[in-house]
Every structure is written in C-alpha cells, then in structure tokens.
Design a protein around this ligand. Structure first.
Ligand code: PMV
Length: 325
C-alpha cells in the first residue's frame, strides 16, 4: 500500500474571468484569466492508493459519495493512474472548509487539492506548472489555485503550455474580499454548460476575447502599482461583461437573483458615499466585494443590515497548495 497524502488548496476569485473552453476534453480555455487566491475557503483532501480496493471510494465532508457523484473524481484519478501506469484504486477523503453551509465551496480548491494529494500519493513529484496542468483537467478555475495571491492562467495552445503562473504570491497590499451569501443552493446552470452555450450562441463572444486581452493588459500594472480604483473598475466591468454572455446566449439566462441586483446597488451607493469598493460574481448569485482593509467595517455594516451578519464573510489573499503532515 502506498502512503496516504493530504493536501490543502484554497479557492480563488477571478478578477478577469475564464468563460469558455477551446477544448472540452483537455479544458483548454478560450482566453487567459487572472485571480486572487482567498484565505477563508479551502479544501483538505487525503488520497491513498490501495491494491485491495475494487473501486475508488470518495468521501466528502464525512459522507460517502455515490458512484454518480464521484464520477468526476474517478475520471480524474484515471489520469493520475495513466501518468504512473498504476492500477490500484484509491480512498479519497475531502473536507471543505467554508464558514457557513454556503454556496462558496468551489471546484477550484477541490481539484487543486486532489491534484496535489493524488499525484503525490501515486509516487509522482510534480512541480508547480505540472500540478497546475493536472488540476486544470478537473476544473479550469483549479488551474490557478496551485498558487497563492494574484495568479494568471495563461491560456496556451495545448495541454503542455496551458497552466498558471504567479503574478504576486505574497500580496503586500491590505486587500479584503467581502463575500455575500445570497443563495446557498447549487447553481441551476453549471459553469460547464453555461460557458459552452456562451461560446456557441452569444453574438458577443468575439468581443469578450478582446475585453479579456485589454483587461489583462491593464490590470497587471494596477496590481503592481497598488492602484485600487483601476483594479476595481476592471474587475467589476469584467464580471458584468462575462454575465452579459449569459444574457445574450440562446436560450438566454442569468445567474443573478433579486438580492444580487439589490447588493450591486448597495455597492454603488457605498461608492457614492466615499467607500471605495467594487463587486464581482461567478456562476451564481453571490457577490464578492473587493476593498482595501479600512473600508471593511462600513461594507460589513451595510450588508449585515441588508442580508444578516452571518451571510457576510470577510476574506483576504490566501496561500497556494500545501502538503499537510
Ligand atoms: O472552472 P470552473 O468550471 O469552476 O469555471 C469557472 C468559471 C468562473 O468561476 C465563472 C470564472 C473563473 O475564472 O473562475
């Protein structure tokens, strides 16, 4: 039996979004993207290959997953078995650390932790680019969670050159991300389905590629110079332009709900009152509000009034993949 290995990976929030695949089997993106890894939300995953098992066994938050629910994990483990010519099945046990039972657990931290634990448990000693490439096969956003801080996933052209690179792993800028839990339920349209319908049916998809190129070019100097206003304006407009691809798909749909729109208005009002803050959101209704630390109390207070204090979670820049003893 091979030793059990535990890895921890944090989730990340994209400031310039990944929304569309060029290759669905290898999960190659249409465009590059850029994110910030967060300290508050992470996944711990232990993997142990055992020749006595007759199938992969997957446990999430102490609950054994059905064969159907664990299919993605099984497919991912097959990749690792192919890399080592191994044949043993594995015991996988994963815990999501999310402050409330909220829709914030993410496939990014899950597949980054699984890539780390499974590859090491299989006897591989992958470097960070190789771990990032492997994580990508589970979920695109996981590509970036191998690193801490600001991270760019460089789209590349094929499996070999599509991986993340760190922009600033140590973030010496007092940034905070206030996450709002507006709806803890699973999303109705998965990011996988959503992005494919945008690529194939939105008439604006070609414009999106240009938006991403411009936003990436402009946001990197803002990160380097700690220019919060430029950073905020880019991340907010980039998110809205990504969501315009859902509204302009056929059939059209949206991840927004009524609370999402109310929260967007409240961010604009706070800005009008002199509190610098900007929002982004992924394939769900929950806003993430970027600010610098001095603005946190005013933001927390306003959103606690609107949605209740337990639905307002403050996160900060977080670290990359770690192996736990
Ligand atoms: O890789 P997925 O399936 O988790 O898709 C991520 C899509 C967004 O979260 C909306 C954008 C992003 O870059 O993380």
């Amino acid at each position: 039996m091979m030793p059990a290995i535990t890895a921890r990976a944090h989730t990340n929030i994209a400031l310039v979004k990944y929304w569309g695949k060029a290759d669905t089997e290898f999960i190659l993106p249409q465009t590059s993207s850029l994110s910030l890894t967060l300290d508050q939300f992470y996944t711990d995953t232990t993997v142990e290959f055992d020749e006595h098992l007759s199938a992969d066994e997957v446990t999430l938050n102490d609950q054994r997953l059905s064969e159907k629910a664990s299919q993605k994990v099984h497919t991912f483990l097959n990749l690792v078995r192919q890399m080592t010519a191994g044949t043993s099945f594995a015991r996988v046990s994963s815990t999501n650390h999310v402050p409330t039972a909220a829709g914030l657990a993410s496939s990014a931290s899950a597949f980054a932790a699984l890539a780390g634990a499974a590859s090491k448990a299989a006897g591989l000693n992958l470097d960070k680019p190789a771990l990032s490439r492997l994580a990508r096969r589970g979920s695109g956003s996981a590509t970036r969670s191998i690193y801490g801080g600001f991270v760019e996933w460089q789209a590349g052209h094929d499996d070999a050159d599509s991986y993340a690179v760190p922009i600033a792993e140590q973030v010496d800028w007092p940034l905070a991300v206030v996450a709002l839990v507006l709806d803890p339920h699973h999303k109705k349209v998965s990011s996988r389905q959503g992005m494919q319908s945008s690529v194939t049916t939105s008439p604006y998809y070609a414009a999106w590629r240009d938006v991403v190129a411009q936003d990436l070019a402009a946001i990197k100097p803002a990160i380097r110079d700690h220019n919060f206003q430029v950073l905020g304006e880019i991340l907010e407009s980039n998110a809205m332009r990504m969501h315009a691809l859902t509204l302009s798909a056929q059939p059209p749909y949206t991840y927004f709900n009524g609370d999402t729109l109310m929260a967007m208005d409240a961010v604009r009002e706070l800005r009008d009152q002199g509190v610098p803050c900007y929002y982004t959101l992924d394939a769900g209704p929950n806003l993430k509000i970027f600010c610098e630390k001095p603005a946190v109390p005013a933001i927390k207070q306003r959103f606690s009034e609107l949605f209740g204090a337990t639905n307002v979670i403050v996160a900060h820049p977080g670290p990359g993949l770690k192996f736990l003893a």
